[in-house]
Ligand binder design. Structure first.
Ligand code: CTP
Length: 403
């Protein structure tokens, strides 16, 4: 999943020959999961039709304050358009539009929208090489960048004039990569490695049977998604669950038994900055796994179980600077039991699920948690979808590690 997924992107198209590439840019952004709207200058319509861009963006394209041909036309609200956007990208950005942006001129819808924008504004210049290196263009770039706009530098190559040099609008693929990298840099968990365990473990009895539990893994997968969306490199050690995760920043290690989860978690803990152990690890396993399927007999079958290693506690023993988070599932004396678990396992934070709360637990799509910190702060949350619970947990951790 891209950092652009779900983002509202307003694409501004101005009157340069590179406007034909805006169609590819819209397509790439939509493919990344972004919601795209296009605003164009009236002159840009000489280079690419609004129909092309509206078809690709699946949204109406705006180019004037009203539609003059329609006497009942409504005002195209530049303020609402600007506020809708999470990012405003002007590509291609001609020398004319850029100079107007630098001086506050707002004689078309695109410029009025630019002046109203509160979101980050990116611009990809497109012009001939001499225009590009003219001192006035350079002064415009400086001014725009001082205002906080972000320049996506033009590329070298053949230009529409037949000349060759710097001035070509950055290729749409490069614009998308630029945006993704820039957004990633700004994310609060950029450069951090997060280890997460999720799901149940299955402890084999014989080649076909096991001891397991009903954990769905949803909470751990939600945590992995949120952490990656916040820029972290995530290692997700997952027990057997029916879930998948597609994110460039998430590496999934599939395990079955507690002992494998223990090994995988230890392998990645040293290099981790944050470790969140949300897996419902089996506390016991058969002390021997039968080589062959156990045949039924007329008498009872007795299994002897031995304790599995407590992964969380073992990480608590060796932890250095890692921020270590555990989960607790309690039915009585919830807060006190969770607090003592936090101390015993040397945690920084414990996430308490109470089975007494409706909507909490490890099977459903919602959860209700209380966060308890090492300094005994107790922060209760309401019942929410697990993805929102994951966000509450990650935001809490970010505050703690940056405190
Ligand atoms: N945990 C673990 N390895 C185990 C058992 C548990 O890493 N072998 C972790 C879980 O991932 C969770 C926390 O420890 O973060 C749960 O602690 P645990 O002591 O097992 O508490 P409960 O599951 O709440 O159960 P109990 O009260 O029976 O101890």
């Amino acid at each position: 999943m891209s950092v652009l997924s779900g983002k509202h992107i307003l694409l501004g198209v101005t009157a340069g020959i590179a406007a034909y590439k805006s169609a590819f840019l819209v397509r790439l952004l939509v493919k990344k999961g972004a919601k795209v709207k296009v605003v164009m200058t009236p002159a840009a319509k000489d280079f690419i039709t609004p129909l092309t861009l509206s078809t690709l963006s699946k949204n109406e394209v705006f180019s004037s304050f009203t539609n003059e041909e329609d006497e009942n036309a409504q005002w195209n609200n530049h303020v609402a358009l600007a506020l809708w956007a999470d990012l405003f990208i002007i590509a291609p950005a001609t020398a004319n539009t850029l100079s107007k942006m630098a001086t506050g001129n707002s004689d078309n819808l695109l410029l009025a929208t630019y002046l109203s924008a509160k979101c980050p504004v990116y611009y990809a210049p497109a012009m001939d090489l001499d225009m590009y290196k003219h001192p006035s263009t350079d002064a415009t770039f400086k001014k725009l960048n001082d205002f906080g706009n972000i320049q996506i530098p033009a590329e070298h190559g053949e230009l529409a004039s037949g000349l060759s040099g710097q001035g070509r609008m950055a290729e749409p693929e490069h614009i998308v990569t630029f945006l993704e990298n820039d957004l990633l840099q700004q994310l609060p968990l950029r450069g951090k490695k997060v280890l997460i365990t999720a799901g149940p473990t299955f402890e084999a009895i014989d080649p076909v049977r096991f001891i397991g539990n009903h954990s769905s893994g949803k909470m751990g997968y939600a945590l992995a998604t949120v952490a990656a969306n916040l820029g972290a490199e995530v290692v997700l050690v997952s027990g057997p669950v029916g879930l998948t995760i597609e994110h460039t920043l998430v590496k999934v290690i599939h395990v079955t038994a507690a002992a494998e989860m223990y090994d995988a978690a230890h392998q990645h803990f040293e290099s981790a900055d944050i470790a969140i152990l949300s897996a419902a690890v089996a506390d016991y396993r058969p002390n021997a796994i039968a080589d062959q399927k156990i045949k039924k007999k007329d008498t009872e079958l007795t299994l002897t179980l031995e304790k599995t290693k407590d992964i969380l506690a073992s990480l608590g023993e060796i932890k250095k600077d890692q921020y270590l988070v555990g989960f607790a599932l309690e039915t009585e004396n919830e807060i006190e039991n969770a607090k003592s678990k936090l101390k015993k396992k040397n945690l920084d934070l414990i996430v308490l699920n109470s089975l007494n709360d409706k909507g909490a637990g490890f099977k459903g799509d919602t959860n209700k948690v209380t966060l308890i910190t090492a300094d005994n702060k107790v922060v209760p949350f309401s019942v929410k979808p697990k993805i929102d619970v994951a966000n509450d947990i990650m935001q809490h951790i970010i505050k703690q590690i940056h405190a």
